[in-house]
Design a protein around this ligand. Structure first.
Ligand code: EPS
Length: 352
C-alpha cells in the first residue's frame, strides 16, 4: 500500500479462515481507545446474518458467536488491534479434510467439476489448484460471518456518533411482497433452483462532507460501491434513484434546496445522500442486486477439469436464497467504510 493510500485508511482489517476450517478470524487496526464494546450487539448481528427465508442446512449447524482475543479490556477498546474469532462448529466433521499436515492427505471431498457462476474456474487456474476445494473453501460466503462481526464493531463506533442503519428487501425473483417472495423461494427450492434479489440499505444522521471530491479514490460513493460490489454474488450497486437516472430529466432528478429556519433542507433524496463523492447530510441510500447462488441442485452444464470432458456441476449443500443475509453483510461493509471516514474526519485516538 502506498503512503497516499495509508493516509486515507484509518479503520483497516484483514480476515482469514475457510468455510470448513477451524475458525474465522479478523484483526481490526485503527479503533480509537475508550469505545464501549457490546458483545451481545455483535452476536445479535451474527444471528441476523444466519437468518432469512431460504437458508440451508449449514445455518442449523452453526450458532455464530464472537470471541474477542485482543484490543478490548473491561468492555472498552484500548487502541490496540482488536482480534475477533468465530469458531466453525462444522469443522469437527472436516478435521481430516481440512488438515494442515501432509500426512493427513486425502481425496475425500475433493472435486473437479467447475460450478458455473462460482470462483472455481478462474480461482483454480490462477492458483494452479487441481482440487477445486482449495478455491471453494475461501470463496464460500461463510467468510462473510467474520465480516459481519467487524461491521458490528464499526457500527458501535458509528452509533457513538449518532449514525444508525437499517435495511429492507425490495425484491426476490419476481416477488415484491413478503408473501410473493416466500412463494418464489418455495418454488425455487422445489425445482432445485436458487434465487437472488434486490435490497436497500439506509444510513441515517450522517454528517456532511464524508469522502472528498478531490480524488477519484476518496469519493465515498466509489468506496461504498467497492465494499458492496465485492460481497459474494453481488452484481449491481446503485445510490438513491441511480438505477432510474437514465430516464429521469435533470429537473426531476436533482434534489432542490430550500431554507428552513436558516438551514438548507431538501424535500427529495434522489441522490441517495451523496453529491460530488461526499455525503450531503441526507440519508445514504444504497441498493444492491444479488445474483442467484451458483451452488445448486440443478445440474448445470460444465466441464470436468481432471479429464476435460463435459459433465454437470459439483453440488454441495447450499442455500436456496440468501438475500436477507446478504443485506446484513452489506450493512456491515458500508459501516466499515463510514467508520473509516468518521475516523478521518474526527481524527480520534480516543473516545470520551
Ligand atoms: C454459508 C456457508 C456455506 C454455504 C453458503 C453460505 O456453508 P457450506 O458450504 O458448509 O454449506 O451454506 O455458501 C455458499 C453456498 C456459497 O456458494 O458460497 C454461510 O455461512 O453463509
Amino acid at each position: 500500500m502506498g503512503d497516499m493510500a495509508v493516509m486515507f485508511e484509518k479503520f483497516r482489517f484483514l480476515t482469514s479462515g475457510e468455510s470448513h476450517g477451524k475458525c474465522l478470524t479478523a484483526i481490526i487496526e485503527g479503533m480509537p481507545a475508550g469505545l464501549d464494546i457490546d458483545i451481545d450487539f455483535i452476536n445479535n448481528e451474527l444471528k441476523r446474518r444466519q437468518q432469512g427465508y431460504g437458508r440451508g442446512e449449514r445455518m442449523q449447524l452453526e450458532s455464530d458467536t464472537v470471541e474477542i482475543t485482543s484490543g478490548v479490556r473491561f468492555g472498552k477498546t484500548t487502541g490496540s488491534p482488536v482480534t475477533l474469532v468465530i469458531n466453525n462448529n462444522d469443522h469437527e466433521n472436516w478435521q481430516k479434510i481440512m488438515s494442515v499436515y501432509p500426512q493427513d492427505y486425502t481425496v475425500e471431498k475433493s472435486f473437479t467439476a467447475y460450478r458455473p457462476g462460482h470462483a472455481d474456474y478462474a480461482g483454480s487456474i490462477k492458483y494452479n489448484h487441481k482440487d477445486l476445494r482449495n478455491v471453494l473453501e475461501r470463496s464460500s460466503a461463510r467468510s462473510t460471518a467474520i465480516e459481519v462481526a467487524v461491521g458490528a464493531v464499526a457500527k458501535l463506533l458509528l452509533k457513538h456518533y449518532g449514525i444508525n442503519c437499517n435495511s429492507k428487501i425490495l425484491q426476490i425473483g419476481h416477488g415484491k411482497t413478503e408473501e410473493e417472495m416466500h412463494n418464489e423461494i418455495d418454488n425455487a427450492k422445489s425445482n432445485g433452483d436458487t434465487l437472488g434479489g434486490k435490497f436497500e440499505i439506509i444510513f441515517d444522521n450522517v454528517p456532511v462532507g464524508l469522502g472528498s471530491h478531490v480524488h477519484w479514490d476518496r469519493k465515498i460513493d466509489g468506496r461504498i460501491a467497492q465494499a458492496v460490489m465485492s460481497i459474494p454474488a453481488i452484481k449491481a450497486v446503485s445510490f438513491g434513484d441511480g438505477e432510474y437516472a437514465a430516464e429521469i430529466s435533470g429537473k426531476d432528478f436533482h434534489d432542490e434546496m430550500f431554507l428552513e429556519n436558516g438551514k438548507v433542507v431538501r424535500r427529495t433524496n434522489h441522490a441517495g445522500g451523496i453529491e460530488g463523492g461526499m455525503t450531503n447530510g441526507e440519508p445514504i441510500v444504497v441498493k444492491a442486486v444479488m445474483k442467484p447462488i451458483p451452488t445448486m441442485r440443478t445440474p448445470l452444464n460444465t466441464v470436468d477439469s481432471s479429464n476435460m470432458t463435459e459433465t454437470t456441476a459439483h453440488f454441495e449443500r447450499s442455500d436456496t436464497c440468501a438475500v436477507e443475509a446478504c443485506s446484513v453483510v452489506a450493512e456491515a461493509r458500508i459501516a466499515c467504510v463510514l467508520a473509516n471516514e468518521i475516523l478521518l474526519k474526527y481524527n480520534s485516538d480516543y473516545i470520551e
